[in-house]
Design a binder for this molecule. Structure first.
Ligand SMILES: [Zn+2]
Ligand SMILES: [Zn+2]
Ligand SMILES: [Zn+2]
Length: 355
């Protein structure tokens, strides 16, 4: 049973570690099922391999429903709360992390390990000291600080031992059940590649090997000369658009024109990236009565060579359509099929005109 030492620990008793190499995968599976129940109610979360979907699940029973609980009467991040006063942008450890470095690095091999400690890092990035200063109301100085912080946090977590993927994202709005209003983003450093990204990486890699070019570069080239435009904004180095086959209403992607794999190569352009992200959120604020979205940075994995990968930002707003929200859960969760009840060209026009 895992006891929480800082050394690497796979979830097997000494007996099981000794014998696991000679056991068939099926037997190991049975042992794992038998062994797990009492271990997940401790202080640590666990990673469990789902062999039907070929993906890891984080089992984290102690987790609350947000990175921090915001008390009604007082925000923990406003001056006088839990943080010092003297900061412009601040990154903290998540108080209720779903992943933690305490267990030490966990090499995951899904053929052998089906259950492991929840190794990783969870950070919360406070985007402003001002409770009301969301991205769309920021001046350029603060905006640049915010996206430099995204870059610095990425750089630090990307080089941490045993990390396969760093995902930085912002969840915002009551529609997402966010109990924390203070402007903030989150960063997760994971010991595996998230399934959604694994699929996107695979598609890009296949295209790269077959056509000897980047899938996103090609898509961008097509979008820029398409007569029925899905483009929202173009800047010198970035383009925002509604994807041709957007899965969600008002979904927006932001692509650098240059073929770069991560934020690190965009260091001299973080302000421009921040500006086009601010532009997107401003447009949402004109179109929806409440700004609510998830924004995710899709970067390359933290190890290995990924010359085919083209960094980008994806936005999934949650206020786009009542019909969509009503039907999304059943079909999407049950089958993975998305039904978009808006036309990408029309939502692109609406967002383009919302200034
Ligand atoms: Zn606050
Ligand atoms: Zn590219
Ligand atoms: Zn993507």
């Amino acid at each position: 049973m895992y006891t929480g030492e800082s050394d690497y620990s796979i979830h097997y008793s000494p007996f099981r570690q000794d014998v696991r190499h000679v056991l068939s995968a099926r037997l190991i599976w049975l042992l794992v099922v038998e062994a797990t129940e009492k271990d997940v109610d401790g202080a640590m979360s666990r990673l469990r391999w789902n062999p039907q979907l070929g993906e890891w699940v984080i089992v984290s029973p102690m987790r609350n429903d947000g990175p921090f609980q915001e008390r009604k009467d007082r925000c923990p991040f406003c001056p006088g709360g839990e943080t010092e006063d003297d900061w412009d942008v601040l990154t903290l450890k998540d108080k209720f992390p779903v992943l933690s470095p305490e267990s030490g690095v966990v090499p995951l091999n899904e053929n052998v390990v089906m259950d492991a400690p929840g190794y990783g890092f969870c950070k919360i990035i406070l985007l402003s000291k001002d409770h009301q200063e969301q991205v769309e109301s920021m001046g350029d100085t603060q905006l640049e600080r915010v996206f430099m912080e995204y870059l610095e946090v990425f750089k630090e977590l990307d080089s941490a031992a045993g990390i396969s993927y760093v995902v930085e994202f912002e969840n915002r709005g009551a529609a997402l059940g966010m109990n924390l209003e203070h402007p903030h983003a989150q960063a997760y450093a994971l010991p595996f590649i998230p399934p959604r990204l694994a699929r996107e990486l695979e598609q890009s890699k296949n295209f790269w090997e077959r056509d000897e070019t980047c899938l996103v570069c090609k898509m961008l080239e097509n979008e820029l000369k398409s007569l029925e435009s899905r483009i929202i904004t173009e800047t010198e180095h970035f383009v925002s658009l509604v994807p041709f086959s957007a899965r969600l209403p008002y979904e927006v992607h932001i692509y650098p024109r240059d073929h770069v794999p991560s934020l690190l190569e965009l260091e001299d352009r973080v302000l421009e990236l921040g500006q086009i992200i601010r532009d997107t959120i401003l447009r949402y604020s004109k179109v929806f009565d409440e700004v609510s979205y998830t924004m995710v940075l899709h970067t390359r994995p933290s190890f290995g060579e990924h010359p085919y990968w083209h960094f980008h930002v994806e936005f999934y707003p949650t206020r786009g359509s009542r019909v969509q929200m009503k039907h999304l859960a059943g079909l999407e969760i049950g089958t993975g099929i998305y039904t978009n009840d808006t036309i990408p060209e029309e939502t692109a026009r609406e967002l383009r005109e919302a200034v």
